[in-house]
Design a protein around this ligand. Sequence first.
Ligand code: GLN
Length: 565
Amino acid sequence: MARPKNVKYIFVTGGVISSLGKGILSASLGMLLKSRGLRVAIQKYDPYINVDPGTMSPYQHGEVYVTDDGAETDLDLGHYERFLDESTSQTSNLTMGRVYKSVIDKERSGDYLGATVQVVPHVIDEIKDRMAEQARNGNLDVLITEIGGTIGDIESLPFLEAMRELKLEMGDGNLVNIHLTFVPYIKSASELKTKPTQHSVKMLLGVGIQPDILVCRSEKLLSREIKNKVGHFCNLNEFDVIGLNDCETIYEVPLTLLQEKLDLRVLKKLGLKGFKEPSLDYWREFCNKVKFPKDGEVTIGICGKYTEYPDAYKSILESFIHAGASNNVKVTVKLLKAEDAESATFDLAKELQGINGILVAPGFGDRGIEGKIKYIEYARVQNIPFFGICLGMQCASIEFARNVCGMQEANSTEFNKRARFAVIDLMEHQKKVKEKGGSMRLGSYPCIITEGSKAYAAYQKFLVNERHRHRYEFNNDYRKNFEENGMIFSGTSPNGELVEIIELKDHRWFVAVQFHPELKSRVQKAHSLFHGFVAAAKEYARGAHQLDLTVDMPSFVPLYSDPAP
Ligand code: GLN
């Protein structure tokens, strides 16, 4: 497949250990180049065999990030969108599973007739074709590709070989490899140690790749001497050894990299001239608001079942940073494990002491559902700002049905197929779906907002587009009953058929949504609903609220105690 002539390529690989922040590095560099006036796209190549991460547990993979066009992707795409303020798409995340699937499909349909199908050249060519396709589609100057995993992993070798071949084919000045490594500080020796970086580069050299730039993550600032030493052992000029010490917030990483002149080194190596200095005043202002908010602090409780692993709620956590800055407050998050609240002796009031707002998170399966419902009941009865997202909205509907509408046996058919009052149920077309991968209601859908509602107050618009990832929906058979009891359906699909937002009339701020607003919050524009929720929590915190202890909490009786999956 022909490659567009003018697109330049940047590859970001990682060495020594995982979790060094290749995603943040890619997003930060993309943001710097974009603010210099270049047209940039970022994509992620993941070495695993899953066709996409949609079928993986959040414990394995963290959050699944959904694009407008309905791709279930790696959470790093969230960083790309938030830093670059550009939407990613189906082609922005390629897994080795998708590459192999495509090669095997082609083999079965006879495309390679006569050939022995092999990793070299067929799998490598498939990767290069995908790369060319992505470069052609984007109207781009620069395509940044982050390669998942750590150098030395067997499974990422085909991606590295594709990069090696591409560099050879394109010649000098068209492709740079940035290798992110770790330079540990050894306290007892009071020294930064460069050996792991040297080994990592040797491993890259072993597959035929000389990195063009090293970015060294470290606890302490890299001195010129250390940069010189690293450069000496890794065949690099000291100016191509970039120091990246730990920042207080990930949003400061682009500013550190700017100081270290990473963007200038990249432009020089790619022969790109005449691009203006980036003006990052708004970005600096944002970082200042994150670090030194003027209006104090609010504490938000996030209730979910993956609380030991915050990456499962990555975009929600980032959205709170954006909404904290837009409200000029520090948002402290406390993760609340849903199942804990299911024990009869659990003291909910104690757990929620000092909490100014409760968010019930998305999720799948019945583990922790009764605990979530208990938190929602508490927020509703005690008039505490509440925000439900996807499963959080479904649980809010179950809670309302049981405790306000008197339907004690209300549930979602996801948790009880024979629920007497199935207030949350499968959509008709979902009933026929057999395949698990990529078969949910996915991607962006329009939603009409009711004037005068809290949702309208937040959005200030009648029509919004939000991203979805779920199979179940609110069951319209119960709409009338809910409305008669004080529930407002403040957002629906344009034909009115699908409930997208519910809220309570007589409550400080009780809004729950079927979609995922966290996927669209950006640095420059905190999501309207997160902004509104944090504003309500701020007001609640300011009002020196007292919980109304005269309100009786009904005693909690779990209806279903299925074993946790
Ligand atoms: N499990 C629910 C469904 O599939 C909610 C999904 C979610 O929270 N993303 O409808």
